[in-house]
Design a protein around this ligand. Structure first.
Ligand code: ADP
Ligand code: MG
Length: 228
């Protein structure tokens, strides 16, 4: 389904996310259901039961990851375009991800500059896009480190840079960002960047990625200022 939706490179409407994620969630839910039904019908020995429990837990974790990538801020009504302050939104996201980063020995730093710039978009989706970029940055630093977010005002634009000193990517990997199911992680969904790219493009924003294998990555997002 996602591949069909992505055929023309980007999702036209984020309401498609809802359709896509419910489709994706069906697999783990079906599998959980199946194992529980089996255990209701048959008398498995303890060892087998524990094995099933493990599988069920893994499926629940997979469903949870999907929800994290898509729906942290989901709300029933989509598509509201509103004026929002870049630094308020970005700081909100950093606050939300603080405990997560902490648990992985990553420090989140924010340089927000003097000017308080506004942009136009859907607040929830913008936050989701930022969450997905920042979470990847944290995950790219398995030994811990610093993740720096910089907000810079320009005459007509505002840029948000997210820099990590993590594992980095090859040129080929950078090119595949945003492609559904592209993931190098054992338990990755490969959907976080697809959501992010789609949201940023809908906001008329641009994404520039500079990355070097082994030394880190900078995601640079460029948005038109509100009202310009
Ligand atoms: P997931 O995180 O579930 O793997 P994403 O769509 O969020 O899926 O990311 C896709 C892939 O892009 C990741 O598996 C990773 O290989 C690569 N990637 C994204 N951000 C970074 C980053 N900051 N540093 C290194 N690799 C990254
Ligand atoms: Mg991710």
């Amino acid at each position: 389904l996602l591949n069909t939706l992505m055929k023309h490179e980007k999702l036209e409407s984020v309401s498609h996310f809802a359709a896509a994620v419910s489709h994706e969630l069906r697999n783990p839910i079906q599998s959980i259901k199946g194992f529980i039904q089996l255990m209701q019908v048959y008398d498995y020995n303890r060892e087998k039961q524990l094995e099933f429990h493990d599988t069920i837990l893994n499926e629940i974790n997979a469903a949870e990851s999907l929800i994290d990538d898509y729906l942290i801020y989901a709300k029933p009504v989509y598509g509201e375009l509103e004026r929002m302050s870049v630094s308020d939104e970005v700081c909100g996201v950093l606050k939300l991800l603080g405990p997560y980063a902490n648990s992985r020995d990553v420090e989140l730093l924010c340089h927000k500059g003097e000017e308080n710039v506004s942009i136009r978009g859907d607040r929830q989706k913008f936050r989701q896009a930022m969450v997905n970029i920042i979470r990847n940055g944290v995950e790219a630093m398995p030994e811990g480190g610093e993740l720096v977010v910089r907000i810079k005002a320009q005459p007509a634009k505002v840029t948000v840079e997210v820099a990590d000193t993590g594992v980095g990517m090859t040129k080929e990997e950078v090119e595949r960002l945003g492609e559904p199911y592209f993931s190098n992680k054992i338990k990755g969904t490969g959907l976080g960047m697809m959501v992010t790219y789609s949201v940023i493009h809908q906001m008329k924003g641009a994404i520039i990625v500079n990355s070097e294998k082994g030394s880190g990555t900078v995601f640079k997002l460029v948005f038109p200022k509100y009202g310009l």
